[in-house]
Design a protein around this ligand. Structure first.
Ligand SMILES: Nc1ncnc2c1ncn2[C@@H]1O[C@H](COP(=O)(O)OP(=O)(O)O)[C@@H](O)[C@H]1O
Ligand SMILES: [Mg+2]
Length: 333
């Protein structure tokens, strides 16, 4: 989107990705646009089904076989990911990308000792000291023991630290973490995020965190991109977007975030559900749920605009920005 820096590492332009299903195509991305700068930490937020995972996996062309890039473009460190040949793609994944998934156990081979799996991630034939040193950087307490352990002998938090170590083993330029702490105990989420942020700093990589935990990302992300209906509907500096949202959906997400309520004030769940798109959305995808909607929202697809220092995809972003009160108080219907 418009807020990308000149030295963008990732550029996503009007990307459309459809999943072929027996009932017909479903759009995971419906013209997504986003630029990710070198060395920044960007959070992508939105309800389940908004397109976060589709976008994150598209960066490594790691989508399932039923997914098709229909149009648009995604480049990562100069590589056209959609058009790249298999060899170029393998090299990109191996040398420049690191992926961290929600469930660390699914990323680890249950039959192989951790040391061997980490060795593979490093490549070549690394000494056990090298393997242990990498695990220590991921702040595992007893790396020498972990090297000889099997995945089932580790806690979820330890396993995720192993996956993080593997993801940074080859000094990637881009780390994509899809709900990296969602499967972990609440008590260790913050610590794992701190480790991830520290390693991002050491490697100079860009970090993309896909999450629906607004409180977590408020502490860890430089910028936030809000997704809805397969598009990035608002993007900007974290404080700008979370303190003065210009998109009604961002407002609703904030109002619904646990822990954001003032004493005595109830949370406001977002009524309704996100759309499942079977074709290009020719309106605002959020219109059916939006308290600010006007007739034009149901007939005209909004394009992104620069609104008070961030990008917003809303016909009425300026007035959303300035209207006070909760969305329900402000709601027109
Ligand atoms: N393998 C798939 N087959 C069919 N539809 C899918 C598949 N994966 C995702 N989708 C659909 O694509 C949209 C975006 O999903 P996803 O990228 O997983 O969102 P998020 O990660 O934000 O929950 C949703 O409508 C979802 O149902
Ligand atoms: Mg997801």
């Amino acid at each position: 989107m418009s807020k990308g820096s000149a030295s963008a590492l990732v550029e996503i332009d009007d990307l459309v990705i459809a999943y072929d299903t027996p009932a017909g195509p479903i759009r995971g991305l419906d013209g997504a646009r986003l630029a990710i700068g070198q060395g920044e930490t960007l959070a992508i937020v939105g309800e389940s089904g908004s397109g976060k995972t589709t976008l994150g996996m598209a960066a490594g062309r790691l989508l399932p076989p039923e997914a098709r890039a229909e149009s648009g473009r995604i480049t990562v460190d100069g590589v056209d990911v959609v058009g790249a040949g298999n060899e170029e793609l393998r090299a990109l994944r191996r040398d420049r990308l690191g992926f961290i998934f929600q469930n660390p156990m699914s990323a680890l081979d249950p039959t192989m000792r951790i040391g061997r799996q980490v060795a593979r991630a490093i490549g070549g034939n690394p000494a056990v000291e090298t393997i242990a040193a990498l695990l220590r950087r991921a702040e595992l307490d007893d790396p020498d023991r972990v090297v000889g352990a099997f995945p089932h002998e580790l806690s979820g938090g330890m396993a995720q630290r192993v996956v993080i170590a593997m993801a940074i083993a080859r000094k990637p330029k881009l780390i994509v973490a899809d709900e990296p702490t969602a499967s972990l105990d609440a008590s260790i989420r913050e610590k794992v995020m701190v480790t991830l942020g520290k390693l991002r700093g050491e490697t100079g990589a860009s970090l993309v965190i896909l999450s629906h935990d607004l409180r977590l990302i408020a502490r860890h992300a430089d910028r936030v991109a809000v997704m809805y209906g397969g598009r990035v509907v608002e993007v900007g500096e974290t404080a700008t977007v979370l303190e003065q949202p210009a998109h009604p959906y961002t407002r609703a997400l904030i109002a619904a975030a646990a822990g954001n309520e003032k004493p005595g004030q109830r949370l406001e769940p977002i009524l309704g559900t996100p759309p499942v798109l079977t074709a290009r959305c020719e309106a605002c995808a959020y219109e059916p749920r939006c308290n600010f909607a006007e007739p034009v929202c149901a007939t005209t697809r909004p394009e992104e605009r620069d609104v008070a220092g961030r990008g917003a995809v809303c016909h009425f972003a300026e007035s959303v920005l300035t209207r006070a009160g909760s969305q329900r108080e402000a709601g027109a219907r």
